[in-house]
Design a protein around this ligand. Structure first.
Ligand SMILES: Nc1ncnc2c1ncn2[C@@H]1O[C@H](COP(=O)(O)OP(=O)(O)O)[C@@H](O)[C@H]1O
Ligand SMILES: [Mg+2]
Length: 246
């Protein structure tokens, strides 16, 4: 079954139409979502993950209509996302940040989180995720003190703690140097091979081309192309809208 289906999604912010009748389905793949700044990529993630209820259209996840659900509900269904602007709990350590993703029912304060939920079985789960994301050596670091590359990986680690089937990554490579971007690609591929479907927003065309099996291109809110990297790369609309700007 198709995990995610976006059907005829349109969204207006006041008089500005940020998404125009966008439709696509995921297959078992790493799907790239690319397009120039302001194309509507983040808005589409906000719609899929329940941060925004779209003005029109439907989002279907595992056969269920979900576009009226809130973010905490989409997480429970197995969808996790990261943000273009990283949002770690700044005063918590790397380990504690990942712990928050485990989905405990109630976090009265961050201190209570540390005291109540740092149990051996929980820490074991966190350790596994820190190993996968190569963050183990930073476990005791306050999240805010990490360089941006590691903060981006921490976002992914916290998302993984919710045990997603679908992971939405919003410009995970932004601000990374080329070595870091390569390591990130390797991590995303490893997660895919563990059975997690991935949609990755990327501004850097080359990064997306090397990583993704299929690519959806948005421009000014409209889906202008959908296909393999080479199909998309040779699409005239894409060349005009996007590649021309590089
Ligand atoms: N909360 C909002 N209120 C008003 N306009 C918004 C809001 N969020 C995004 N927009 C506008 O919607 C368009 C798409 O934005 P966005 O989805 O962030 O694009 P992208 O992620 O592709 O760069 C832009 O014109 C942006 O200014
Ligand atoms: Mg964006």
């Amino acid at each position: 079954m198709t995990l995610l289906e976006v059907k005829h999604i349109s969204h207006w912010f006041g008089g500005l139409q940020a998404l125009k009748d966008v439709s696509f389905q995921t297959q078992d793949e790493i799907l790239g979502l690319i397009g120039p700044n302001g194309a509507g990529k983040t808005t589409l993630f906000n719609v899929i993950s329940g941060f925004i209820t779209p003005t029109k259209g439907e989002v279907i996840y595992e056969g269920q209509r979900i576009h009226h659900l809130r973010p905490y509900q989409t997480v429970r269904l197995g969808m996790a996302r990261t943000f273009q602007i990283v949002k770690p709990f700044a005063t918590l350590t790397v380990e504690e940040n990942v712990l928050t993703g485990l989905g405990m029912p109630y976090y009265p304060t961050s201190k209570a989180l540390v005291q109540r939920y740092k149990t051996a079985p929980n820490l074991e789960k966190v350790e596994e995720i820190l190993t996968t994301t190569h963050l183990k050596e930073y476990r005791e670091f306050p999240a805010a003190k990490l360089p941006i590359g590691l903060q981006r990986r921490l976002e992914i680690a916290r998302a993984l703690a919710t045990q997603p089937k679908l992971l939405l990554l919003d410009e995970p490579a932004a601000g990374l140097v080329s070595q870091e971007a390569t390591e990130l690609s390797d991590l995303i591929l490893a997660l895919f091979h563990q059975g997690i479907q991935i949609i990755v927003i990327e501004h850097n065309m080359r990064f997306a081309m090397n990583l993704c099996q299929r690519i959806v291109v948005l421009n000014q809110g409209e889906l202008i192309a959908h296909g393999t990297p080479s199909e998309v790369q040779n699409n005239e609309k894409v060349i005009n809208a996007y590649l021309g700007q590089e």
